[in-house]
Design a protein around this ligand. Structure first.
Ligand code: ADP
Length: 448
């Protein structure tokens, strides 16, 4: 059999022979090459290293010796179809000798038999090699599985530890944060110099940003490990938009921006979905429009999307499916703000990617809002995208989410929605709300 290094042949098995097991023969001998290059049984001299018959007596009749190569086949050899002409990478050598002093000669049919036997030995050796290889592969797989299992358990523990840490930090930060926000709001209602007002407003803005960032980081990590689930319940869609407007009104008024909200008449009043997360998406998108618009207006349109209008030019693989009792809510937010350059547009949904871009460096940005919104929209089986003609040309954000239609809207609405005051607008069938340039409210609320 060839040695591991492939430079020698080693005597590994003998039958009725006293030749010493383990003896070595260099593989580069001409006689070895001759045997390797032939598929027939070759006669070899009795005293060549392969036969190594030593003359013991003077009138000795040496035996006639033949040698034949035995192809050593491996699994890879069986991927080609031309068995038995397989191109083996290495060979063993089978050496057969007739009894000495018998004057017997190899006859042709005996040599043919030797060739057949060599083929049989090759098959047996290849079976053994395949078995050995598959057992080695099985052992390796088992080891890999154990290692993978351990790595998975470690990763799960690390994720749990990270989430616990984030949840505790988030919770512990809420109390001082709330105190800072409410006390600074109260401070703004007192008599302050212009300089002091700017300082308190900055404290308020920064603490609000910090609170949003801490919540966003917690959400992103929960979304990352799949532990965030939607809280599905019936809610009043119209009231939700009215709440959105109430929340953004102070900031829009402060920046003297007009906000127009149009709810299309066919939009159902009662919907089933995660009301809190939907509101978070709308506030993220509208908040961006307010943040990135210096002057002009922002329009929010909500309607029931038709399946053929759900095409997203940037996501041709998105195939919305409508089932009974569900509909797609389409929300479009247009602004006349700073817009987005074509090179920044593809990165808007990559978390943290935008905190350094041209527009963001003038604003308090962390680049998490849209990344989060996209994940929430995905959980709601929808899609979101941004369009902009370029810098200075405004921006349009559109998203779709799948919601259920509440089957008993009146009962649900009475249970979940407090009565909306007439000046809050959004309860009617054809709701449209316009907020013109408003005077700054007595306190600054930067919750968007
Ligand atoms: P953030 O606003 O905190 O940076 P977002 O993920 O909400 O994070 O937004 C990512 C980026 O997309 C923003 O930094 C901004 O560059 C761009 N962007 C989003 N909405 C608008 C918009 N209405 N007008 C201009 N740029 C926008």
């Amino acid at each position: 059999m060839p040695s591991r290094s492939g430079t020698t042949l080693q005597l590994s098995h003998t039958i009725h022979s006293n030749a010493p097991l383990g003896s070595l023969v260099p593989i580069n001998l001409p006689i070895v090459s001759k045997i390797f290059n032939s598929n027939r049984a070759e006669r070899i001299p009795y005293n060549c290293p392969l036969a190594s018959v030593k003359t013991q007596k003077s009138r000795y009749v040496p035996p006639e010796v033949v040698a034949i190569r035995v192809p050593l086949l491996q699994l890879t050899n069986f991927q080609i179809n031309d068995w038995p002409e397989l191109s083996a990478k290495s060979f063993a050598v089978m050496v057969l000798m007739l009894p000495p002093d018998s004057a017997r000669k190899w006859r042709p049919h005996e040599l043919e038999l030797v060739e057949v036997v060599a083929d049989q030995v090759a098959v047996a050796l290849s079976h053994a090699a395949i078995l050995e290889e598959s057992m080695r592969a099985r052992d390796m797989l088992m080891e890999q599985n154990i290692a993978l299992d351990a790595a998975r358990r470690e990763a799960e523990m690390a994720i749990c530890a990270r989430n616990d840490f984030l949840a505790v930090m988030n919770h512990e930060m809420q109390t001082p944060m709330r105190a800072i926000v409410s006390l600074s709001s109260l401070l703004l209602e007192t008599k302050l110099t212009a300089e002091q007002r700017i300082m308190v407003e900055t404290i308020l803005k920064s603490s609000d940003l910090l609170a949003t960032l801490s919540n966003d980081v917690l959400d992103i990590s929960k979304l990352g490990d799949g532990s965030l689930e939607l809280d599905i319940a019936p809610f009043n869609l119209h009231t939700m938009f009215s709440d959105v407007v109430n929340l953004i009104k102070p900031v829009a008024a402060f920046k003297r921006l007009s906000v127009m909200v149009h709810l299309s008449p066919e939009l159902p009043t009662g919907a089933i979905g995660d009301h809190k997360r939907l509101m978070q998406i709308i506030l993220n998108v509208v908040g961006n429009s307010i943040k990135f618009t210096k002057e002009g207006h922002i329009s929010i349109t909500a309607s029931m999307a038709k399946p053929d209008s759900l095409r997203d030019p940037y996501a041709p693989d998105f195939h919305p499916v409508l089932s009974d009792g569900s509909f797609y809510l389409a929300v479009q937010v247009k602004d006349t703000g700073c817009g987005i350059s074509p090179q920044d547009l593809p990165h808007t949904f990559t978390k943290f990617a935008h905190s350094q871009n041209a527009t963001s460096k003038w604003h308090s940005s962390n680049g998490l809002g849209l990344a989060l919104s996209k994940r929430f929209v995905g959980l709601m089986q929808g899609n979101i995208w941004l369009q902009s003609e370029g810098v200075g040309k405004g921006c349009t954000t559109t998203f779709f989410v799948k919601l259920g239609i509440a089957d008993k809207p009146n009962a649900i609405l009475q249970r979940i929605a407090p009565p909306v005051k007439p000046n809050q607008g959004a309860q009617g069938q054809n709701s449209s709300m316009i907020y013109g340039n408003m005077a700054a409210p007595p306190f600054y609320q930067s919750s968007v």
